[in-house]
Write a protein that binds this ligand. Structure first.
Ligand SMILES: Cc1cc2nc3c(=O)[nH]c(=O)nc-3n(C[C@H](O)[C@H](O)[C@H](O)COP(=O)(O)O)c2cc1C
Length: 372
């Protein structure tokens, strides 16, 4: 087992060696034997951090991804490593996602995180203009030879056993996607995740399940499907329609981290559990309140959510705000994390019926949460 580089070791605790049973290919095998698709929590910039990963693991997620990390910065700057990556002994199985355009950066970054995770993934799907300008994310969809070179570089540097995967979008011409898949397979990729939208399609457009099915039929390595998994039913439908080996969810898990456990809506207990993790694990308050707002989407009106965001400046104020309106149990109290229905206090029920819920998005700009 190679050891962490000195630079990485100064920021992360010594963790036990990787458990071979957590290798994503072993997990895929196990899921197949269990007769179910592998359930995966997607990479999400800002959000798929330690407390969120801990929460979704408690509710049926088999593998978690970190948010996308820029490999170029990660390998060059200690500050970037500290800011972008944190983990713990129980944070497994874990895949670390990088955005990179150079094989050396991707391979070096993979080597640095190798002792702390079960695989690395290359983001070939980020459609944001800054990513395209940097030549990363979905810019890589037009450069399959470069992606193949990056996969190969990781295998050469970290060894064949270390898991390398890619997360792609589909091209308008499916033949181009299949050619892409063949090239990265030739380079030794272990599995492929397909987000069934093209680089210009917004997330309001349904994913192209036929394109995902075509990739699955063509590929010799396992395939995960991504796009519009909001319930367990969606996950099972997508996997049986496309024949894939696993399904990955992003927005669905943000609003309902318990979807893979079969909950149709976020159970109240999950919120109590999340707050406990957020207290213990260090994330910016803006991220914590964003998660709480997402999870409470169907529990409170938009106005109430906006007020929560406006009035709470730290986690203590957030808990006070919740305490005023709901029965919020603390860890150790009987029934903590077990509640399903929203335990709204009588005095606040009036507010609940008077306000009509409407659509609203919470976004973060410069670490301040805004409602639009
Ligand atoms: C808030 C947010 C952050 C995201 N960050 C990343 C990321 O870091 N890397 C990545 O490959 N995709 C990222 N995505 C895309 C998702 O992983 C996923 O491919 C996409 O949302 C489609 O899945 P869904 O329909 O389940 O949301 C992000 C999506 C959201 C909503």
């Amino acid at each position: 087992m190679p050891s962490a580089s000195a630079a990485t070791r100064t920021t992360l605790p010594e963790l036990p060696p990787r458990n071979p049973a957590h290798h994503p290919l072993r997990l895929l095998e196990k899921a197949r034997k269990d007769g179910k698709p592998l359930f995966v929590s997607a990479p999400m910039v800002r959000y798929s951090k330690l407390p969120f990963r801990a929460l979704v693991r408690d509710y049926g997620v088999d593998v978690c991804y970190t948010p996308m990390i820029l490999a170029k910065e990660f390998v060059r700057h200690q500050k970037a490593r500290v800011a972008d990556f944190s983990t713990s002994e129980s944070d497994r199985p874990l895949v670390v996602q990088f955005a990179a355009s150079m094989p050396t950066d991707f391979a070096r970054a993979a080597e640095m995180v190798m002792p702390y995770c079960d695989g690395v993934n290359l983001n070939c799907g980020c459609p944001q203009s800054w990513a395209i300008q940097e030549g990363v994310g979905c810019a890589m969809m037009g450069k399959p030879e470069d992606v193949a070179a990056m996969v190969k570089a990781v295998k050469e540097r970290c060894g064949k056993e270390f898991c390398v995967s890619v997360k792609i979008r589909v091209h308008r011409n499916i033949e181009e996607t299949l050619r892409f898949v063949s090239l990265v397979e030739g380079a030794g990729v272990d599995y492929i995740t397909v987000h069934g939208r093209t680089r210009s399609q917004r997330s309001s457009i349904p994913p192209n399940l036929d394109a995902i099915r075509a990739v699955k039929q063509h590929a010799t390595v396992p395939v995960l499907a991504n796009g519009d998994v909001f319930t367990l039913r969606d996950a099972l439908h997508i996997s049986s329609y496309t024949g894939v080996d696993g399904v990955m969810a992003a927005r669905g898990l943000l609003t309902n981290p318990c979807l893979f456990a079969g909950f149709e809506k976020t159970p109240w207990g999950a919120l109590e559990r999340f707050l406990d993790y957020a207290f213990k694990m260090n994330v910016p308050f803006a991220v914590t309140v964003h998660h709480v707002g997402e999870m409470m989407e169907e529990m409170v009106t938009r106005k109430e959510r906006a007020r929560m965001v406006e009035n709470c400046r730290n986690i203590v104020q957030l808990v006070e705000w919740l305490d005023e309106r709901f029965v919020l149990k603390r860890k150790g109290e009987e029934g903590w994390s077990e509640g399903v229905d929203v335990p709204r206090k009588e005095v606040h029920k009036k507010a609940e019926v008077q306000e009509v819920p409407d659509v609203g998005n919470l976004t973060i700009q410069n670490d301040v949460v805004q409602v639009s």
